[in-house]
Design a protein around this ligand. Structure first.
Ligand SMILES: NC(=O)c1ccc[n+]([C@@H]2O[C@H](COP(=O)([O-])OP(=O)(O)OC[C@H]3O[C@@H](n4cnc5c(N)ncnc54)[C@H](OP(=O)(O)O)[C@@H]3O)[C@@H](O)[C@H]2O)c1
Length: 254
């Protein structure tokens, strides 16, 4: 408890899955949270749940591809809670799936906009707020896909998520001197609506589970614990890192 006492965090993709679990955990650990996603009703439900647990949350629905939305989230943090310390830029989509020859340019761009340009926009507006605070922690959700494994049919997703790791390294180098850290988390298969979209039958779920050294997929809370570590001062010397929280899927051949 209270590992984030007095801190303020933005969490995108908070209407579901990993983002939702992380926003709840951040609030349980004492952070004020600004929660973001397109579905306002889910955000309002989460705000109410956090308030009922004694935490502080404000919600703003919008699209992470929109620069004005990235700006508005930072403004909300500053106006409501006096500044910004942590940003978990987590919203993402599987996007345009299929062999490269069949992926439309529009689908490719939409996937990169949602998964990668959103992260650039987030950082662009979050960094100045963190500078004003004397430091901060930026965390981005990447994946093992495109980093450790080339899965057929996932080119746009893989490229966008691998791009995040490059962005993280540059952000870490640019802003380390200002005590702003930047890291990527690389989850393995996780039990969320997105995870279910990939493993949509008992057979495919069992196949995906078997690819992990731990022979199971993660609960979203198991990813959230590692995000909490990167958000908190316990990871004060970790920056520019791509951290696998993947149940061993990237190293397993059994
Ligand atoms: N599940 C896995 O196995 C797995 C593995 C590795 C990495 N990841 C990554 O983990 C992150 C979270 O995914 P999840 O598994 O928790 O899936 P999820 O439950 O489907 O959550 C995705 C979140 O992203 C939000 N989102 C998507 N497009 C958005 C947009 N244009 N604007 C604003 N919000 C948007 C969704 O909210 P709205 O629909 O309300 O907008 C939702 O809250 C993603 O970046 C994903 O790539 C997942």
């Amino acid at each position: 408890m209270n590992r984030l006492e007095g801190k303020t965090a933005i969490v995108t993709g908070a209407s579901s899955g990993i983002g939702r679990a992380t926003a709840r955990l951040f609030a349980d650990e004492g952070a004020n949270v600004v929660i973001a996603a397109r579905r306002g009703r889910e955000l309002d439900e989460l705000s109410a749940e956090i308030a009922a647990r004694g935490g502080n949350a404000v919600a703003l629905a919008g699209d992470v591809r929109d620069a004005a939305y990235a700006q508005a989230l930072v403004q909300l943090a500053t106006e409501n809670f006096g500044g910004l310390d942590i940003a978990f830029n987590n919203a993402g989509t599987l996007g345009a799936m299929g062999p490269v020859r069949d992926v439309s340019l529009e689908g490719w761009r939409e996937t990169l906009d949602t998964n990668l340009t959103s992260a650039f926009l987030g950082a662009k507006y979050q960094v100045p707020a963190m500078r004003a605070r004397g430091g901060g922690s930026l965390i981005f959700t990447s994946t093992f896909v495109g980093h450790a494994i080339g899965f057929p049919g996932m080119a746009a997703y893989a490229a966008s998520k691998a791009g995040l790791i490059g962005l993280v390294q540059v952000l870490a180098a640019e802003h380390g001197v200002e005590n702003i850290r930047a890291n990527a988390i690389l989850p393995g298969g996780t039990d969320t609506p997105m995870g279910a979209a990939v493993a949509d039958t008992p057979e495919s779920r069992s196949l995906v589970e078997g690819m992990h050294a731990l022979k199971r997929i993660a609960a979203p809370e198991e990813i959230a614990w590692s995000v909490l570590h990167l958000a908190s001062d316990e990871s004060s010397f970790v920056t520019g890192a791509a951290i696998s929280v993947d149940g061993g899927i990237s190293i397993s051949r059994t």
